[in-house]
Write a protein that binds this ligand. Structure first.
Ligand code: ADP
Ligand code: MG
Length: 278
């Protein structure tokens, strides 16, 4: 049985239609730990916001390319984010692909991106390359999500430099808290050096198993340590997510009436209510 994991009874209203689109708020999805739900949250939050009529671009910024695969993008023959990083004469608009979901577009990545950190090191303004790319496309979107790789290296610094806000998806497991301090340090460094207005938009608890005392304790600790930062909706652990991945669909299309789909819609409405999205 699926259960709701709302941390309060707050209502987050369905956002009204936008009269015009853009310029986008850019949000980096970051956590240097792998397998915590970054890509899953990027896809499903993006799809939920697209359902609410927001124009969304998701940028695959992980050489693993899971976002591209899961959205059924062409990541082999098409122009990827790596090509854009390496050649500033390329038009980023031409690299944008439509997905099967209305209002949701993607710039793909593949394993080539793993060479980017090394190749960018000698560049002037190496932290601002992604920023330069996204500036050229942001007027066409309401929100741009960057699905970061699990590291705090130069690619993630590029994402944080290009972003207005950071969202941290975090599995409610042991060790979850350990990494946050390091991530917050990185965010502070980027604020001091390349992006003073960067904001922490929130921490989204994921893969939450509310039946275990342990997970409930981790969540309580998170709320205690970051009271206003933690989202009011925790995403439950359910096999529906891996199943949706296999079907290459967001949960909102794979199981539209499920609690899992509704929980990402609630996160989407909360993001708008918090003022972190149009
Ligand atoms: P990351 O991008 O942080 O590495 P992913 O989003 O790829 O993490 O998730 C890792 C794995 O966990 C994937 O197989 C995904 O389908 C699965 N997963 C993500 N969220 C959930 C969830 N809420 N419940 C169960 N499995 C999940
Ligand atoms: Mg990922």
């Amino acid at each position: 049985m699926e259960v709701w994991v709302n941390l309060s009874n707050k209502a987050f209203p369905v956002p009204g239609k936008l009269k015009q689109h853009g310029p986008a708020r850019i949000i980096a999805m970051c956590n240097q730990k792998g397998g915590v739900g970054k890509t899953t949250t990027t896809i499903n939050l993006a799809a939920a916001l697209a359902e609410y009529g927001r124009k969304i671009l998701v940028v695959d910024f992980d050489p693993q390319g899971a976002l591209s695969v899961n959205l059924d993008a062409d990541y082999q023959d098409a122009t990827t984010i790596y090509d854009l990083l390496m050649d500033s004469t390329l038009d980023p608009v031409a690299a944008i692909q439509k997905t099967s979901i209305e209002n949701l577009d993607v710039i793909p990545a593949n394993i080539d991106l793993s060479a980017a950190e090394m190749n960018l090191v000698t560049e002037m303004g190496r932290e601002r390359v992604l920023d330069g790319i996204l500036k050229k496309v942001k007027n066409d979107y309401d929100i741009i999500f960057i699905d970061c790789q699990p590291s705090l290296g130069l690619l993630t610094v590029n994402a944080l430099t290009a972003a207005h806000g950071v969202l941290i998806p975090m599995a409610t497991e042991f060790f979850a808290l350990r990494g946050v301090a390091l991530l917050v340090q990185t965010i502070d460094k980027v604020k001091a050096r390349t992006n003073p207005s960067l904001e922490l938009d929130g921490l989204i608890p994921t893969m939450h198993d509310s039946r275990t005392l342990h997970a409930r304790e981790v969540l309580a600790r998170l709320q205690e340590a970051f009271p206003t930062v933690v989202f009011d909706t925790a995403i439950a652990r359910t096999v529906k997510f891996p199943d949706a991945t296999v079907a290459r669909k967001p949960i909102t299309q794979f199981a539209p009436t499920s609690v899992a789909a509704e929980s990402y819609r609630r996160v989407a409405r909360e993001l708008v209510k918090r003022g972190s999205a149009a």
